[in-house]
Design a protein around this ligand. Structure first.
Ligand code: HEM
Length: 527
């Protein structure tokens, strides 16, 4: 009789030991799967060891640029594609614009990942359920029929003026060591509250504290790297995470109330005219389109009747506008301020240009025409969004096998364009770590595609994604950044404190939407 025969029976008899053994096998298999990706007949796509991603994600003092430089760009250098561990699974990561082009332009093959079926228990699904961002095919078209009319509009400067004045006042009160993330989030929330729902969140006035806290708690929970890497943890929300789930419930109630109020207002009045439409908030326009499609149905390009959207989905889309819109806008503003603090010469050139158009009176603010005339400032914004894209990636699921260069990826695989790695791919952008707005000089002209120089590779700049599923708020987000840039260079000069760690490299989180960590800036009023 061997030693094993003696030990094993008594070992197995104990239920606790068996349970423990089960847990060890379960987690052991999980760890093994993280270290060794399952074999796939894809033509030999290389893989990035998961421990590397984990190390650069969770190391103290993290930075997305470190993850990009030390893991993504070297791994993708020769192939433009590699397998990577994210969202609790292996997926394909790409940073070659030619591969990205296929993903952007073939939405029926590179489908949106329907989170509510693939990872139904996650915070993201709890917060935003089925919405325009997550749907495919006819369901996406049904959402688009209701959402799109809200975005077919102009964005007059009057939408921004009051918020910019408040922001200016706030900085003037205490111009040194300004916490940029904090003010970026405040201004984004107030602007978005205004344009999405016509609600004043009072973020720049430091009023409405509870509502604000609730929104920020949700926003923070959405970019928590631990849950982005290991989504199964959302099955057991505890502590801070549990509080975030509760806050989502309260936020839903708040939005439901606002929708109901607006519906009643709309019922008691005539249809909106053109001028009212340009001033109306997105929710009002969306409810108008929703009521119309409920009465008359929504149809696709071939005249086929589309499924109808329900009330909950109307709310989900409002939540998505807040989550996607607030974070993207806030963090892009932060990155823009950082780049101009690091590059005083470019800051001054922008200032000279702005003064040449709007003058230098202390309260000068651009008119709509002047805003249009200053479109050439977008090259600074574009370069900032290239160097520090607030969205770090764009993910899709394959509806059928796809060939990318020498590789064939199987049906069902998840593929994501790593925007950071693509925007720092030296093949597309020589000296990718340098801030050179002139790379985008061609984009200042009206017919930008016609003016695009041959060396600029189409689709290599995609902070808003591209193709049929490009960000619906992209025009608004570009204008918001232009207005902020104009206001800031006109009213202030600014720099980083001497001891700022950002002089050496930016400190940011590493997954999801990318935001600066502990960034402080010193402002000096010009008037
Ligand atoms: C600088 C700010 C912003 C950035 C960087 C940004 C980025 C993005 C990106 C990368 C996507 C594509 C996601 C994907 O394909 O998986 C997207 C989609 C979307 N964004 Fe934005 N966004 C910004 C602002 C906004 C704003 C202000 C709104 C609305 C108020 C908005 C609404 C949307 C919507 C509705 C979609 C879904 C489009 C679709 O799936 O067809 N975004 N955004």
């Amino acid at each position: 009789m061997s030693l094993l025969d003696l030990v094993l029976p008594s070992f197995i008899e104990s239920k606790t030991t068996l349970l423990l053994l089960g847990v060890v096998v379960f987690f052991g298999y999980g760890v093994y799967r993280m270290l060794v990706p399952p074999k796939v007949n894809d033509g030999g796509v290389p893989y990035i060891p998961a421990y590397k991603t984990l190390f650069w994600t969770f190391k103290p003092d993290p930075s997305r640029i470190d993850l990009c430089n030390n893991v993504d760009v070297p791994a993708l250098k020769h192939t433009g594609i590699a397998r990577s561990w994210l969202w609790g699974r292996w997926m394909y990561k790409i940073n070659d614009a030619e591969y990205a082009r296929q993903l952007f332009l073939k939405p029926t093959v590179f489908k949106k990942i329907e989170m509510q079926t693939s990872l139904p228990y996650t915070f993201r699904v709890y917060a935003a359920g089925a919405n325009i961002m997550s749907e495919n095919g006819d369901y996406f078209k049904a959402h688009r029929a209701v959402v799109m009319p809200a975005f077919r509009r102009a964005w007059p400067v009057e939408h921004f003026q009051m918020h910019m004045q408040k922001l200016e006042g706030l900085i003037r009160q205490q111009p040194k060591q300004v916490d940029i993330l904090n003010i970026g989030r405040r201004v984004a929330l107030d602007i978005l509250g205004h344009i999405i729902m016509g609600v004043d969140f009072g973020a720049l006035d430091y009023t409405q504290g509870e509502l604000l806290e609730m929104c920020w708690d949700i926003v923070e929970a959405g970019v928590e790297p631990l849950y982005l890497l290991f989504p199964f943890l959302d099955k057991f929300p505890m502590g801070k995470r549990k509080k975030a789930f509760t806050n989502v419930k309260r936020f839903h109630e708040f939005i439901d109330g606002a929708i109901e109020k607006k519906r009643l207002e709309l019922q008691s009045r005539e249809q909106l005219n053109e001028e009212e439409r340009d001033r109306a908030d997105l929710l009002t326009l969306m409810i108008e389109a929703y009521e119309q499609t409920k009465k008359q149905g929504a149809f696709d390009e071939e005249g086929r009747l589309l499924p109808s959207m329900n009330f909950e989905e109307l709310r989900n889309n409002t939540v998505v506008f807040f989550i996607a819109g607030h974070d993207g806008t806030a963090y892009s503003l932060c990155h823009l301020i950082t780049e101009l603090a690091l590059h005083p010469d470019i800051q001054q050139r922008a200032r000279d240009r702005v003064i040449s158009v709007i003058g230098d009176k202390p309260d000068a603010f651009p008119t709509d025409e002047q805003l249009h005339e200053l479109a050439d400032l977008d090259m600074i914004i574009r370069e900032s969004m290239r160097k520090s894209s607030s969205a770090s990636d764009v993910r899709r699921e394959l509806a059928e096998p796809v060939t990318l260069g020498p590789y064939t990826l199987p049906k069902g695989a998840w593929v994501h364009v790593d925007l950071w790695a693509m925007h720092h791919n030296p093949k597309h952008y020589p000296d990718p770590h340098k801030f050179i707005p002139e790379r985008f000089a061609w984009s200042a002209t009206k017919s930008d595609l016609a003016e695009m120089p041959h060396e600029h590779i189409p689709f290599s700049w995609a902070p808003f994604s591209e193709g049929g599923r490009k960000c619906m708020g992209h025009k608004f987000a570009m204008i918001a950044q232009r207005v902020l840039l104009i206001t800031f260079v006109h009213r202030f000069t600014w720099t980083l404190p001497k001891d700022s760690p950002f002089w050496i490299r930016p400190r940011t989180n590493t997954m999801g939407l990318i935001l600066p960590l502990n960034l402080k800036v010193d402002f000096t009023p010009r008037h």
